[in-house]
Design a protein around this ligand. Structure first.
Ligand code: PXL
Length: 277
């Protein structure tokens, strides 16, 4: 019996040591959705339980990041001769202007068809001056290369320059972010907007769709944003349209939040694998 070759997806992301967010969430999501996942790490985040669980952030050496991208592209890129070519990438936490430049260069060389950007703007505990430089570099260098972007409430305010207090604001911000980037946008209200439902807005320049699901609790769950963008990435890799990918991703994350895992940390973590059990 021959099995069909899986679709491929790469995540360029940071490790989050407790396994809830970051590259670990991406890889678990890819696997659950039947996609062969590849991870190129940018940094390692270890929460600090002695300091209010703030983020200890260690970037990887630029050469190590470039080496991973080189290996991945040589094995699966357009010029690799691989029977199934890597066309789809997710960008998670980059964390520094230097890493943003390294990744920008690799993206331009690789010419991926689908570039899903989860615009992780600040990391709790990062030095503010450094974080601002990183935000500016992400907007200037990576956002224009994205074909799909998944800002949360805070990131949507930052990217659109608008204040978002209700669904109409979220729709306006999604339109604005599309205008700036040219990308399909899935702007997430999540638990940040009032109401019984967790509401997100999809806009691709033509279709505006509100995606809504009853809130599961009213506290953000670690890994929800990463898993949503990773699920979009997996679905695009399998050939879904951006709107179909957004709908499937929303349902996947809602289920993962229902199955969330508790720990000694003061937050829970989304579980991608609980649907069938
Ligand atoms: O959820 C955003 C995020 C992304 N990537 C890494 C993280 C976090 C949040 O903790 O640690 C590596």
């Amino acid at each position: 019996m021959t099995t069909k070759a899986p679709a491929l997806a790469l995540t360029i992301a940071g490790s989050e040591a407790t396994g809830g967010a970051g590259a670990q969430a991406d890889l678990k999501t890819f696997q659950e959705l039947g996609v062969f996942g590849i991870v190129n790490l940018t940094c390692i985040v270890s929460f600090d339980p002695k300091d209010n669980w703030n983020h200890r952030f260690v970037p990887l050496d630029q050469q190590v990041i470039a080496d991973q991208l080189e290996a991945t592209t040589a094995a699966y890129g357009a010029a690799s001769g691989a029977p199934t070519v890597l066309e789809t990438v997710k960008i998670g936490m980059l964390g520094s202007p230097a890493t943003i430049t390294t990744v920008e260069t690799a993206l331009k060389v690789a010419g991926f068809k689908n570039v899903v950007l989860d615009p992780v703007l600040i990391c709790k505990g990062q030095e503010p001056g450094h974080a601002l430089d990183t935000d500016a570099a992400l907007k200037a260098q990576i956002l224009p290369l994205a074909t799909f972007v998944t800002p949360n409430h805070f990131e949507a305010e930052s990217l659109s320059g608008m204040s978002i207090n209700n669904l109409e604001d979220l729709k306006a911000a999604a339109r604005k972010i599309h205008e700036i980037s040219g990308a399909a946008v899935l702007a997430k209200g999540g638990v940040r907007l009032e109401g019984a439902n967790a509401v997100d807005v999809f806009f691709d320049g033509e279709t505006l769709e509100v995606l809504s699901a009853p809130k599961v609790g009213d506290v953000a769950v670690s890994g929800a944003g990463c898993s949503l963008a990773a699920a979009v990435t997996a679905e695009l890799a399998k050939g879904a349209t951006p709107l179909e990918a957004a709908r499937t991703a929303k349902a996947f994350v809602t289920e993962g939040i229902k199955n969330r895992v508790s720990s000694g940390a003061p937050f829970t973590a989304l579980w991608q694998g609980g649907a069938g059990s």
